[in-house]
Design a protein around this ligand. Structure first.
Ligand code: GLC
Length: 412
């Protein structure tokens, strides 16, 4: 599927593997980015975290170094989550990073580094707000059960505040390449003019579908949307998001992490079907990444950089194999066979191909594979020969998806 917007937003189809970052004062408690809501921490208690946030080891370049090692090419950062705390310098609330012991504009530091190093930056902004007096908290998902003393619920005034903040974000940080709304459905408010403002201020920004208007791309999360598995190719621009931590997006002290194999399959599946992939890390309160996150990103990067040729700038091909665990992509006269699920045996049969490739290589190790065109004994297809790749070293790759490159003189 060759998606195009026909304007500066098309960067999104060139750079397809991104780093999602969930970072805020919740990292201090090291439990979950929504702890105020899920643990029902009283507002006054939660808000004391502002006096403790001092990530003295924050160095955006070290984050980008690891992103590069992982093969990631863009960044999406939480400027504000449901707690309402702003990781940027804002005129419209004191509840922001400038009033922490750290006192520096984290978003500014991160965007400077990204601009300097050529990483497109996307901004995550959560529409719910557990801090702002005008936000109409009424016990819906992610909200406080009711307004608190001193609150003046008023969706009109809250939306003015939100609009002002979005304008700040789209004005003060140079070029923004994406706006990543979250929970825009909760306040029950639709207003296309907000995305229109973003488009006016940042015409190259792709906008996701979780805001107050339609947006440019879908955001299937973890493995909750069945179509990611079932569809053979995505019919709309899609960016799947996934945290490396099983429970949380923000830093969690005793997190369980997804396996390398699981993430490798997940990334391969989404990219091969034409989507983008945003993989999340929750940095610690001191500004560093959890060690296990670094290990995972480096390991995935080692695999991804070997196989990316099969995932970028390719088309998804349907109908060449009957095995739904295999995904095929194509670029010109090359086919890439993705053994997306752990293979049952060390062979692949391409039922609709009866010509020999000039080259058959396993991208994971760069080594040649044996190919034959022959009858299969088990398929009852009598005179119909097909392409068999054999002797795959399946047991050598328990933790990563194996991908085969087949180069043909000519492909129909
Ligand atoms: C989930 C989490 C939310 C997080 C989001 C990212 O919906 O609940 O906190 O920001 O995923 O997609």
């Amino acid at each position: 599927m060759d998606f195009r917007f026909g304007d500066g937003r098309d960067w999104f189809f060139e750079k397809r593997f991104g780093l999602f970052l969930h970072w805020g004062i919740y990292a201090i408690d090291a439990w979950h980015e929504q702890m105020q809501y899920s643990k029902q921490v009283p507002r006054k208690v939660y808000e004391q975290l502002i006096h403790k946030f001092n990530p003295v080891r924050f160095d955006p370049d070290s984050w980008l170094d690891i992103a590069e090692e992982a093969g990631m090419e863009y960044v999406c950062f939480t400027t504000k989550h449901i707690d309402g705390f702003c990781m940027f310098d804002t005129k419209y609330t004191d509840y922001n990073i400038m009033n922490t012991p750290y006192g520096k504009d984290i978003l500014g530091m991160l965007t400077d580094a990204c601009h300097r190093r050529g990483f497109p930056v996307c901004l995550y902004y959560n529409a719910v707000n557990l801090h702002h007096p005008n936000y109409p908290n009424q016990g819906r998902t992610y909200e406080l059960p009711a307004p608190e003393e001193g609150d003046e619920p008023d969706i009109g005034r809250y939306m003015d505040f939100l609009r002002d903040q979005v304008a700040e974000l789209c004005t003060n940080y140079g070029e923004i390449k994406g706006f990543w709304w979250d929970t825009g459905d909760v306040p029950g408010y639709r207003d296309e003019s907000i995305n229109e403002m973003i488009r006016r201020l940042q015409p190259n920004a792709v906008i996701n579908n979780r805001g107050f208007g339609e947006g440019d791309f879908g955001t299937p999360e973890r493995d909750w949307d069945e179509f990611v598995e079932k569809d053979q190719v995505f019919s709309k621009p899609t960016e799947a998001c996934q945290s490396i931590g099983y429970e949380s997006w923000g830093y969690r002290e005793d997190e369980d992490f997804y396996s390398d194999r699981y993430l490798s399959e997940s990334i391969d599946k989404v990219l091969a079907k034409g989507g983008n992939y945003l993989l999340n890390v929750g940095p610690k309160a001191d500004g560093t990444f959890p060690e296990e996150a670094c290990r995972i990103l480096r390991t995935l990067g080692g695999w991804y950089r070997k196989v990316r040729v099969s995932l970028n700038d390719v088309d998804t091909v349907i109908g060449l194999v009957s095995d739904s665990n295999i995904i095929i992509t194509r670029k010109e006269n090359k086919l890439f066979v993705h053994l997306n699920k752990f293979p049952a045996a060390g062979c692949v049969w391409l039922n609709s191909i009866d010509i020999m490739p000039q080259k058959a290589v396993l991208l994971n190790n760069g080594e040649a594979l044996e190919a034959r065109v022959e009858l299969t004994p088990s398929h009852n297809n009598k005179d119909k020969k097909c392409l068999r790749i054999r002797n795959l070293p399946v047991n050598d790759y328990p933790n990563e998806v194996m991908i085969i490159e087949l180069e043909f003189e000519e492909l129909p």
